[in-house]
Design a protein around this ligand. Structure first.
Ligand SMILES: *Cc1c(COP(=O)(O)O)cnc(C)c1O
Length: 393
């Protein structure tokens, strides 16, 4: 048998070991982690809706009449009116013809990509796309060509060389970098080369665009420009689950073909009701978004002034580039000793040599809390050993 324990030990030696810690109480900036109070800057709850009173009340009420369990898949007897209503809300929210719920974003990407491309087809995927997109590409058995991050010219060369059915897939906002894909240019080259464009807007929905309708609408693109839109409900929407939105043919086709839709239990119907309540809050959330944008500016100005290396991101994802795995872990621990939780992100989640602290900001943070983070970063800046550390100074 393979020596699994040895592999675990090797991971520890390489600074790549991953561990989990228990949180108690609801998700919010002031977290209790294994009994210790920590100020968290690592959640994707960008609008602070993960514990919204309206959603909690909606959930409690819905439990009374819709119950807890999804009981079966949508195609057997699990398709509840609560799901159907949420799909209508999501289609309207993204200004698309229809939407289809999935249990998670991971499953949506697996199901959608493997349904829309197969043997003999070609998928073009940005190098920094989310792991669930990479896995969906593998599952599809299509040929996969990765293109340099955000490089539309390189993509166009590849498209021009490729006959047959072509699917181009990209994150809307890149999850570990925070930058936005060049969506208008991508839509143009896809049109020119008859390629189907799919955008995974897990981190754009709720945050970017008019009323938080996402990066695609922020770029002024329609359903014709971007026919396949994936969104998740566990980030700014504050719940869990995901959806695909697009033309009627798309959702109809996915109901027939997406195996992660067909062969899985429907989400708890009461959860669909609660997420519907949060969607209202997202649409009404311009004040939350402008507060959040202010926090992003405050953090960027403060951290740059301290000499930290930030990335070209205007979104609430604000990574501090560190480089080396052990240094990223050391900085994360030094912050934690000061009561602040920011997790270190290491390979394979990011490329080797680009370990970072992924700071995320939320409308639930107060300016004073961002200042606490900056104060802690100021202390750690001088306290850390600098020898042998790449791109740290
Ligand atoms: C988080 C994320 C997913 C996965 O969504 P889950 O609902 O958490 O499974 C997919 N794509 C991107 C870009 C993400 O950031």
């Amino acid at each position: 048998m393979r020596d699994f324990l040895r592999e675990i030990e090797e991971r520890k030696r390489a600074g790549l070991y991953r561990s989990r810690r228990q949180v108690s109480g609801p998700q919010q900036p002031s977290l209790t982690v294994e009994g210790q109070p920590l100020l968290s800057f690592c959640s994707n709850d960008y609008l602070g809706l993960a514990n919204a009173p309206e959603a909690r009340e909606a959930l409690a009420r819905a439990l009374e009449h819709a119950g807890l369990g999804g009981a079966s898949s949508h195609l057997i007897c699990g398709h509840h009116e609560a799901h159907h209503r949420l799909e209508g809300q999501l289609a309207a929210f993204t200004r698309r013809s229809s939407a289809l719920l999935f249990s998670t974003g991971y499953m949506a990407n697996l199901g959608v990509i493997s349904a829309l491309a197969g043997r003999g087809d070609t998928i073009f995927s940005d190098r920094l796309n989310h792991a669930s997109i990479i896995d969906g590409c593998i599952l599809s058995r299509a040929r996969v060509r990765r293109y340099a991050h955000g490089d539309v010219s390189a993509l166009e060369v590849q498209l021009a060389q490729t006959p047959g059915h072509k699917l181009v897939v990209t994150d809307g906002v890149f999850s570990m970098d925070g930058d936005v894909a060049p969506l208008r240019a991508l839509a143009r080259v896809c049109q020119r080369h008859d390629a189907l464009l799919m955008v995974d807007d897990a981190h754009g929905l709720g945050v970017l665009g008019p009323q938080g309708r996402g990066s695609v609408l922020a770029a002024g693109l329609s359903e014709q420009d971007v026919p396949v839109l994936v969104g998740t409900l566990g980030k700014a929407a504050g719940g869990s689950g995901a959806f695909v939105a697009g033309p009627e043919w798309l959702t109809e086709y996915l109901v027939q073909k997406a195996r992660t839709y067909v062969y899985t239990t429907a989400m708890p119907p009461a959860l669909a009701v609660a997420i519907g309540a949060n969607l209202e809050a997202v649409v009404q959330g311009d004040d939350l978004r402008s507060h959040l944008a202010g926090l992003v500016r405050r953090f960027r100005e403060g951290a740059s002034a301290l000499g930290y290396t930030l990335m070209p991101s205007q979104t609430p994802i604000q990574p501090i580039l560190v480089g080396d795995n052990d240094t990223a872990l050391a900085l994360s621990r030094a912050l934690e000793a000061r009561g602040i939780l920011v997790t270190a992100i290491r390979p394979p989640t990011v490329p080797a040599g680009e370990a970072r602290l992924r700071v995320t900001l939320s409308a639930a943070h107060q300016a004073a809390q961002v200042d606490r983070l900056l104060d802690a970063l100021a202390e750690c800046r001088s306290g850390l050993p600098c020898s042998g550390v790449r791109s740290w100074a």
